[in-house]
Design a protein around this ligand. Structure first.
Ligand SMILES: *Cc1c(COP(=O)(O)O)cnc(C)c1O
Length: 340
């Protein structure tokens, strides 16, 4: 089976497992795990932030960040398809008691003008207190769309003018940087906090890292404990993350080239109504009227290709570390064999 459901399905390689096996460990709740500390220091330094916190998942880093940045009744501004809103179990409402305002966006990317228009009048006691803006880069539901850093800069200025906090859900920020040549510190400079996933395209089995100021991370560490995320000899997991950062960043462009090949093939298929522009490792496409995404996905499964229906007529494929050029050839052959 060629598994294109997600870039989370990768399995640790022998070299990564070896790094995990050799990891020096300690009790991280006491701050004594040298490998966790090394990973946190490495990512904080890369993103130009004072401190970092190793967490179990990207949901956890996002949810901790939202909890630290807000108080119950505050409003979070994000896009409708944002992971923090849509795929985190209702967390920002349940964990932090926040309301949400959806900003209009182009494949998940909104503008500084949209942020400006979305801020509630602070003098109106009957309105929720606008507090936090969340940007997702790359945008998962937008087909791996990349943010223009210039727009993010304008949004940060708007946030500064209106006393808003800006969080980056950078689950796939390394995919974005592999394309536009921006550096981690460029993004770190614009955001009060950044969440980075190690278990997506970077291929680690577990883990995400949250970066920010010393006081933010101090508070985040307490919230992580409160949310049940204090891990003990977590260096075994952090070692995989360190290995991923050292070895699996440069190769992300291979995933992007493979996704692009799938996108180009889809564009020639008569049953494909639209392919989102393929910017990184995610391919989203719409089927023509009368076709059902679940049936289409079942048909692909018979050809040994697994992917997700993400709407009644919408399908997603994601390339990653565990698919190679031959797998892409087979995927394209299977797609081209489909008539309708
Ligand atoms: C995957 C993902 C996350 C985190 O997901 P976990 O499965 O909890 O690690 C956060 N944001 C985006 C955009 C994602 O794609």
């Amino acid at each position: 089976m060629i598994d294109l459901r997600s870039d989370t399905v990768t399995k640790p390689t022998p070299a990564m497992r070896d790094a995990m096996l050799r990891a020096e460990v300690g009790d991280d709740v006491f701050g004594e795990d040298p490998t966790v500390n090394a990973l946190e220091e490495k990512l904080a330094a890369l993103f130009g932030h004072e401190a970092a916190l190793f967490c179990s998942s990207g949901t956890q880093t996002n949810q901790i960040a939202i909890n630290v940045h807000t108080r119950p009744g505050d409003e979070v501004l994000c896009e409708e398809g944002a992971h923090v809103y849509r795929y985190e179990g209702g967390g920002m409402m349940a964990n932090s008691g926040c309301s949400v305002k959806h900003l209009p966006a182009d494949r998940g990317r909104f503008t500084a003008a949209a942020v400006h228009a979305g801020i509630n009048d602070r003098s109106a006691a009957y309105l929720a207190n606008s507090k936090l803006v969340v940007i997702e880069n790359t945008v998962n539901r937008g087909g791996g769309a990349i943010w223009d850093i210039a727009e993010a800069k304008l949004i940060r200025s708007a946030c500064d003018r209106h006393n808003l906090i800006l969080h980056l859900d950078g689950a796939r920020i390394f995919n974005a940087m592999a394309v536009d040549g921006t550096a981690p510190a460029d993004w770190g400079a614009l955001f009060h906090s950044v969440s980075i996933c190690l278990s997506k395209g970077l291929g680690a089995p577990v883990g995400s890292v949250l970066t920010g100021s010393k006081s933010f991370i101090h508070h985040a560490r307490r919230v992580r404990k409160r949310f049940g995320g204090g891990m003990r000899q977590a260096g075994i997991l952090a070692a995989a993350g360190l290995y991923a950062i050292e070895h699996n960043v440069a190769r992300l462009k291979d995933d992007h080239a493979r996704a692009r090949r799938i996108g180009e093939a889809l564009a020639t298929a008569p049953w494909c109504a639209r392919v989102f522009p393929v910017e990184t490792n995610i391919v989203i496409y719409d089927l023509i009227e009368g076709m059902d995404a679940n049936t289409h996905v079942d048909r692909l499964k018979h050809h040994g290709i697994i992917c997700f229906a993400i709407g009644p007529a919408q399908v997603r494929m994601v390339t990653h570390l565990d698919v190679n050029d031959d797998d892409i050839d087979r995927t394209i052959t299977a797609l081209m064999s489909i008539r309708s």
